[in-house]
Every structure is written in C-alpha cells, then in structure tokens.
Ligand binder design. Sequence first.
Ligand code: ADP
Ligand code: MG
Length: 334
Amino acid sequence: MRWILVMALVGNVAYTETVREKQTKMGSPFILTAVHEDEDLAKAAIAAAWQEIDRLEAMISSWRQTSETSAVNRAAGLNPVVVSPETYGLINRALKVSSLSGGAFDITFASAGRFWDFRSGELPDPAAVAKAVEAIDYRNVLLDPDKQTVFLVQPGTRIGFGAIGKGYAANRALRVMVAMGIKSALVNAGGDLVATGVQEDGAPWQISIQHPRERKRLLAQLRITEQAVVTSGDYERFFMVDGKRYSHIIDPRTGYPVEGMQSVTVICPDAELADALATTVFVLGAEKGLELVNRLKSVDAIVVDATGTVTYSLNIHDQIMDGPVSNTQHTTDK
Ligand code: ADP
Ligand code: MG
C-alpha cells in the first residue's frame, strides 16, 4: 500500500513538466503555459494553440485586407457579405453584449476608431470624428442567419474586434490544448488570461492584479481555475497631447476616448465575455459598470476610476482566496 502511495506522489509531482512560450500575436505579448507529464505533448499542444491564434488573427484582424472583417467593412452600405460560421457567431455574441451594455460596447466603434492613430500620437480632425459617430450603431449590423451574411447598412460604418478578439482567441487556444490532452494550462493573451486545471505543484493558478498607476500596489491576489481574468486599461495603448491622456477605448456616443477610468478587471469563466465586459465597464464608468456586473451571475470586477479609487464588485471575495501562496505569479502586467 505504501508503495502505491509513493508511486502516485512521484507521478503527480516529480515528473510533471511546465512548458511556457511567449510570442507577439494580435499586436500584444501572448504567453502560453501547459502542464503535463509528457513534455513533448505539452510542446505540441502549445504549437497547435499558436496556430489557432494565427488562424483567428487572419480571420478577424481589421489590419489585414484578406480578413473577413475587412471584407465586411469594404461592403459597408453596399451589400451583405457571407462570413464563416465562426465570425458570424462572434459578431452575434458581440451584438448581444452591445444590447446588454446599452451600446457602451459596440464593435462599430471602429467607424470613428479608425481616425484615432495611437502610433502617430496626433489628434484626429474633430469634424471627421463627429461625422463618423453617426455611423456608430450596433443596430446597423444586420445578420441574416439563413444566408450567414453580415451587412453594415450605413456606408461609413466599420467593425473591429479589438475589445473581444483576444478573449475569443484565449478561449480557443485553451480549448485546442485541452483537446490534445492537456488538463492544466494558462493562456495569457496580452493581459487577457484564462486558466484550466492547476499548476505543476498542484496549486491553483495565481494571478496578481496590480494598480494601474502604483505598480507595486496589489489590488488582489486571485487563485483561479476554470476562470478568466481580463484587464482593460488606459496605460497600455494611449498617447498624451498637452498633458492630456487619450486611451484606446472609445465612447461610442462621442467617438472620443473614454476619460474617467484607469482600469477594469473582469473575472468570469469565459475569456471572451470577460474581455467584452471589461471594455463595457470601462465605458460605463465605475458606478453603472459595477451595477451591471453585480446583476450578472458568476461575473466579478475590480474597477479603478480616474482618481485612482478602487471599487470591487459585491461577490469579489469569493474569488480572492486565502491560504498558502505558491511561488509562481502571473501578473496582468502588459
Ligand atoms: P485591451 O486591448 O487593452 O485588452 P480592450 O479589451 O478594452 O483593451 O480593447 C480595446 C480595444 O477595443 C480598442 O483598441 C479598440 O480596438 C476596441 N474598442 C474601443 N472602444 C470600444 C468600444 N466602445 N466597444 C467595442 N470595442 C471598442
Ligand atoms: Mg475588452
């Protein structure tokens, strides 16, 4: 009996390998982690997950002329476009979040968003933005379930998956690894995290959430499994003009970057939903955003407003666990 116990321990602890790889995807640093006794299997699963992310990037990136997103955008005001069931489903779910958020989350933000160039750091022409705002409305995205088409009714409307695509890619990458026999894995898609199983030592994945301005201040230490943790912030992609910070999250009502928020972290089982909701809460602001989160089952959030004040959703304490802390830390640092 004693012998069996020793074998079991050796099997679980000593021979479990953690493989971790980093690459830039979708314009952000991605890190894939897989835990398995068979290191070659872990490596193969990670390779398959990279391929999956590349496939999705080619499918939805608005930077690529050959993507389905670009095809839909080119046909704005002209004709419906047949898309893959996958893109159709993603748009359908994005539109649901739009109506849930009262339009705060809106993939047609890109109608105005395309005038904001965060690399040049130049402010867009206000008249161009004002005109583009008229083309922002998720209700102008018409889906035909029989024909599997997407039609942007207004000529100026554009869609973009910046606020939901990484979450979707994180979900898919995790599923691909699980399908290959990996039971414990962590996907970090540019700060959008999703995890399954446990770490090499059997402890849950540990995620540290930092304050967006005070980098040494921890807002929470989460110990998660089967959960996603996604942060939207004004500190990763932004530019300054005359001392004013312009973030990359656009208020669909104005076409201008949202002010009044520093960061939003959403915790829920689904990375795609967490991604979309983090952006939603960022646009809605602390009060309305948390009101929405508190109404949703299995969704929690940590919100830091423009003054740096931190507010937590009502059930967040179910997520922040006590107990011994493992050494491995995964931050949402981007
Ligand atoms: P991050 O890229 O830091 O994870 P988000 O998930 O909040 O942050 O995504 C921000 C991106 O979403 C922007 O760069 C833009 O592409 C897109 N976006 C901006 N404003 C909106 C909005 N109101 N609704 C939907 N998508 C948006
Ligand atoms: Mg998002």
